[in-house]
Design a protein around this ligand. Structure first.
Ligand SMILES: Cc1cc2nc3c(=O)[nH]c(=O)nc-3n(C[C@H](O)[C@H](O)[C@H](O)COP(=O)(O)O)c2cc1C
Length: 391
């Protein structure tokens, strides 16, 4: 059997505080610091605790050359090699390791900057319920939430005294200004009103459609409403359609050149809301949006040009932000409402749409639909653009 170490692994010396009754009885604070070495790799979701021998071995193992296991036995104890194999940090060329080898090969072939790859893999959630977590937080603290956070940073960063500031003219009214003022993140939906197919088509077109395709730079690129690093447009739109006339509830992928929906599977109306809730990590206030859209970055599209590049990951996240704002405005233009959230269960979404996290990574979920006529969940509308200001 031949082996090599996984392609990307970072080691974190982590300290955890643990409550120890004995320490409290001995006159201490009751909190004892426990230190451990954790391996964070780009091909495994779990954080892996290491002992000192495993830690040392990770620095000795070959990373690129497949090496006979016997040849390593002189340098590294058999038990350590066996436990690293078991933990998935040492990869073997035998059929039983095919699945984990494929995950490692994917990292090797995708030109990720190692730090970005680890950051991406280990910042994904599964099964998180943010509302339940907030309740738990409130229960655990007897002090008010804001007091616990301490003083916030000021709203504005001031770098010159007021007298030295050069006052500028305000922009006048315009259709764009009106649209910007109407944009308010929606947390109250009218699930009794179906969205017209034309509204769905319009918002998708304005936000995601290719207005032109060109191969002038030597590769195929498209012109979209938003800028994109290298003109590469790595962001894909995956839809959960819940409540649209003439479009069956279900999962879809948007094709930006054909301006068409690619069906990926139907979802029973009864299951749609549960799926939506799972995607947005239990945020009830986004559950009834008529359409939810997963924004997922196709990393290899960007990394093809920006190989092992320190800015590639950042550029892909920025892409998603541009698309989201455009979607808000496209929805607002039609009298609809929109939202975005980064508090999403990426791993659940990957399962729903069959996405590999290192090839097509979930960054955020946005959505739109008809706003309801009652405020059950707060929205930020100090201008009274959507909701009348009381009194
Ligand atoms: C990256 C990002 C993540 C967000 N995540 C959440 C979220 O998890 N839950 C939520 O209710 N709103 C979320 N929002 C919406 C913000 O709370 C909202 O933009 C902010 O309160 C200002 O309100 P406005 O959009 O109406 O101006 C998010 C916005 C952005 C840009």
């Amino acid at each position: 059997m031949r082996v090599r170490r996984c392609a990307v692994v970072f080691i974190e010396p982590r300290e955890r505080l643990q409550f120890e009754f004995a320490q409290l009885l001995a006159g201490g604070s009751g909190l004892e610091a426990r230190r451990q070495w954790l391996a964070l790799s780009a091909h495994l979701d779990a954080e892996i605790a290491l002992d000192e021998a495993e830690l040392r071995a990770l620095g000795q193992l070959p990373v690129n050359d497949w090496t006979a296991m016997d040849a390593l036995a002189g340098e590294i104890p058999d038990a350590t090699l066996a436990s690293l194999l078991d933990k998935g940090l040492l990869i073997a060329d035998i059929p039983e390791h095919a699945a984990i080898r494929a995950k490692d090969d994917l990292v090797r072939g995708s030109h990720w900057l190692a730090l970005s790859a680890v950051m991406h893999r280990h910042s994904r959630w599964q099964g998180v319920d943010t509302l339940a977590a907030e309740d738990e937080f409130r229960k655990q603290t007897d002090r008010p939430f804001l007091e616990r956070l301490g003083e916030a940073e000021p709203l504005v960063c001031e770098r010159a005294a007021p007298a030295r500031r050069i006052a500028l003219e305000r922009a006048g009214d315009s259709p764009l200004e009106a649209l910007i003022r109407q944009r308010v993140t929606c947390r109250n939906w009218d699930a009794t009103r179906r969205l017209a197919r034309a509204d769905l088509a319009s918002v998708l077109y304005r936000t995601f459609a290719a207005r032109a395709v060109s191969d002038a730079p030597g590769i195929e690129v498209m012109k979209r409403a938003v800028p994109s690093a290298g003109g590469l447009h790595p962001t894909e739109a995956y839809l959960l359609v819940q409540n649209v006339e003439g479009v069956a509830p279900g999962l879809y992928h948007y094709h930006p050149i054909d301006h068409a929906l690619e069906p990926l599977g139907s979802v029973d109306t009864g299951h749609c809301q549960a799926m939506a809730l799972r995607m947005v990590a239990g945020q009830q206030h986004f559950r009834d949006a008529h359409v939810l859209i997963v924004l997922a970055s196709r990393f290899r599209r960007t990394a093809w040009k920006y190989r092992n590049h320190a800015k590639a990951y950042r550029a892909m996240i920025l892409d998603v932000g541009h698309l989201s704002q455009t979607l808000y405005l496209a929805a607002t233009e039609r009298g609809l409402a929109a939202f975005i959230t980064a508090a999403v269960n990426e791993r659940d979404i990957e399962q729903i749409f069959a996405l590999d996290p290192m090839q097509e990574g979930v960054v955020a979920v946005t959505g739109f639909g008809w706003r309801g006529n009652r405020v059950e969940e707060a929205e930020f509308d100090p201008l009274g653009s959507v909701w009348p200001i009381p009194g």
